[in-house]
Design a protein. Sequence first.
Length: 479
Amino acid sequence: MTEQSRCWVGGEWIVPIGKEVAVMSPSDVTQEIGVMHYAGVDVARQAVEAAHQAKKAWASLTGAARGQYLFQTAAIMEQQLDEIAMLASLEMGKPITEMRGEVMRGVNILRYYAGEGVRANGSVIPSNESGVLQYTKKVSLGVVAVITPWNFPVAIPIWKMAPALISGNTIVWKPAEIASLTASRVAQAFADAQLPAGVLNLVVGKGSVIGNALVSEMDIDALSFTGSTATGQGIAAQCARRNVKYQTEMGGKNAAVVLRDANMERAVSAIVSGAFRSAGQKCTATSRIIVEREISEQLTEALQKAITDLYIGSAINPQSYLGPVASKAQYETVDKYVQRARSHAIVLAEGKPQVDPAQGHYVMPMLVSGVSSDDPLVMEEIFGPVATLLTVNDIDEAISMCNKSIYGLTASVFTQNLSSAFRFLDEAEAGMVRVNQETAGVEYQSPFGGMKLSSSHTREQGQAALDFYTQTKTCAIAF
Ligand code: NAD
């Protein structure tokens, strides 16, 4: 397979002339799957202009008409599901079975928001004067810059772009460098659905160049970003200075709390999935496992067995539960934590590969313990398949350990006790709190986002996304 990244600007496909990089599969670093062409700031500028030119006509369409384009894109993506999933698996290493699920999630999100074009979006407010009708309506923001990470190369862009588009905005999308081939395919689905020129523009390039230019100097009306906390905080500061409406979804250090009355089988399967699917590269991944002392040994043994049984192989092998991490840079970052675990912690379990790990960027799933609650393994986002087990005496200690984090994205508790469940739902400092469910996997029709340094306090997905991509206009008519 040889793909090339392209930019889509004002309805035209462009292959920018400039730096080219061969894209190698993280599952097999000798396999070239395509070529990425970095665009320069000039292309981003053209894209912003094209988005401005298209915005009036797009916002003037009825919601139903805008929705038809989303329905059409969904149908095309569903037809191409296997192809898109395969390309993404090859490009960033997510196992093919998971990747198919992700593309289907993208299709469902498109359909969900397509329907929003004909739903109520304002309210009537009684006036203090007679003969006055006072109401609100939600109107578009204008040109929205969308900056996305590589770990959900299809679903995250779509959960930003679908609500932005149905709300009447036009878009300039800057995907992560290592998901650029997939991004070009996703944009192609919108192009094949005959989305009018300039409504969606794709600019493939470096975050520090294209992303930074969009945020710092381009004429944008809003920005939606998902990525690391360090980058997100910088972006937030720049947007605040320019009074650009922004949304930053960032890192996590999510805890799964296992109480003594938990259904052990259920807890183990949810923890293994939360910690190790996508090789732990989810903002919602389970990274800390907090267990009551009484059942710590039992849980450890069950997790050890489950981890040893995991199938670790190439991302395109349908049997693989875990593939490689996404890139060399990602491998090096995660490996620092693996080395720390080996030197400062007790390694309770480590997976065994079914491939030659030297073939790609493979990190074995690892369960560690024996570190203090302020060790980097416990405090920092690893974004890889390494989870730390922490033992506590009771639910009080479990909750305070869970909340001892600068992040607050998701948290889970495993218990059969209703009081414990409700207490955790009330006291866990996280935007998404779950009982007897893994930390990852929040459904697309529900608000998604975090507390503390995980998010800029807005929410994505569901109806909440429509709040971000619109502004309220208050109208009054005397008659
Ligand atoms: P990243 O911050 O390195 O990059 C994210 C995006 O920002 C990329 O498109 C990148 O090119 C761009 N970028 C980089 N520097 C920029 C700059 N100076 N100005 C503008 N744009 C810039 O993150 P990543 O490595 O791609 O993704 C991993 C991170 O994303 C993890 O921390 C993870 O927790 C987080 N994440 C969060 C969520 C969530 O919803 N909270 C979801 C997925 C991933």
